[in-house]
Write a new protein. Structure first.
Length: 170
């Protein structure tokens, strides 16, 4: 949901938190630009702390450690699922020669839940079939949801601003 005071909520599907360089881009450029446009980013990378992961991963190898890792993975996935359900839109980071499989799964889940999905692919390398911006199935489902794939952050922000006004004209 959205209101004039809190903006349009969006789940941010991305692998950006895996790397120091891309995490910096996410925290210092991407998320602040979305907020400035009135988008309330629900960033899954903020739903689980590094300390929480480190506590389990630092346990000595054992059956119990393996159980705790599986439990943590399930908890992380459940948190992300709830966050997707709570947001009317999903914004997917689609860079890479191969798109991140977790991001693609989140796109599929969001589309299946009736969410509008917007893609952001600034990577100029070919990814997918000729004539498609990425894998043709991913592109089809994004477009079928009412969204689009954008090749620049400026274009994405402009479309999200337009969509926000349509979604909540107040």
């Amino acid at each position: 949901m959205t209101t004039a005071t809190n903006g349009l909520k969006a789940y941010i599907a991305s692998p950006l938190g895996f790397s120091e360089v891309t995490d910096y881009f996410m925290r210092e450029v991407y998320i602040p630009r979305l907020r400035a446009a009135g988008i309330v980013p629900n960033n899954p990378w903020a739903l689980t702390s590094k300390e929480e992961v480190d506590a389990v991963m630092s346990l000595p190898p054992s059956v119990e450690r393996n159980r705790q890792i599986r439990e943590l993975h399930r908890e992380i996935a459940q948190r992300n699922k709830i966050a997707i359900v709570m947001a009317p839109i999903l914004i997917a980071q689609l860079d890479g020669q191969e798109m991140d499989s977790g991001t693609v799964a989140e796109v599929a889940y969001a589309v299946g839940r009736g969410k509008v999905v917007f893609g952001y692919r600034s990577d100029f390398r070919k990814n997918g079939e000729e004539g498609a911006m990425c894998n043709l199935q991913v592109q089809y489902f994004i477009e079928d949801s009412g969204g689009r794939i954008f090749t620049s952050l400026e274009e994405l922000i402009a479309e999200l601003t337009r969509f926000k006004k349509l979604y909540d004209p107040s």
